[in-house]
Ligand binder design. Sequence first.
Ligand SMILES: Cc1ncc(COP(=O)(O)O)c(C=O)c1O
Length: 301
Amino acid sequence: MHPELIKLEETFKPSILTKIDEPLCAKFGIELWMKRDDLLHPIISGNKWRKLKFILDHALYSGADTIISMGGMYSNHLHALAFAGKALGLKTIAYVRGEEPVVLTPTLVDLSSWGMELRFISRTDYRQLRHYKGYLDLPGIKPQQYWLPEGGAQVLALSGVAELVKEIEVAYDWLCVPCGTGTTLAGLIAATDDKVSVLGFAALKNASFLNADVSSLLKQNKSNWQINLDYHFGGFASTTPELLNFMSDFQAKTTIQLEPIYTGKMMYALYDLIRKGHFSAGQRIIAVHTGGLQGDRERSR
Ligand SMILES: Cc1ncc(COP(=O)(O)O)c(C=O)c1O
């Protein structure tokens, strides 16, 4: 690994496994644990580091001096990338979806302060960028520039996610993760034994396209995974009072903070599925806390 990345990784903390002691689990004979990737780093938290690590390594060893990527105004991906770029001495450029807001979001303020160049583009142009998947695919890309698709969706991301799986030293039946692009899910599927069922929870509405996207990231043909599409709560950025109440109850009981786009929806879904008898007594579930709390700063202030 590149020496600059090794130096950066030395600032990280362990992602521990926390048992969720919940009467509902005891009632159904289920053990629910959380893999606390949210604790890895105050900024490059959760699945962001997992996905970026080997991509950044590749970029550094390819001689890139600039990473160009894309995301929304609250993007956890851009937030982690801007910080990591600054730490590694890489220039960063972001295509941001939509018009520049009059008041920048807390995420955009951080991106600018870490030196990321922000280019606001229309939703149509943004959608067009989704077609460029390879690191040299962006039209007009210059030598020493490296293109990183939305959410870090690139095959190299899977190697970093595999490290998460290797850290789990207990036996388990289910491994659960929220899905945006499905890249983290693909990494989990690639790294787990076929006896484990890997379950993704889509944060977006109408996200059946994820099945094809995840399959295309996987080199092997595996069948031990599914994506649940039922707990989007109205769409990517939508919430309901029910979800927000669940999250504050969960935090009061466990002291673990969730955010409403990804991990909040997944945990709500898991409680609901436990209640509905989806899991068998005696099974152990591990849910990955993918971080992303920075994106929720305006609401949770
Ligand atoms: C906090 C958080 N959790 C989960 C995800 C979903 O990850 P993926 O795009 O790899 O499915 C994201 C987005 O990348 C995220 O920011």
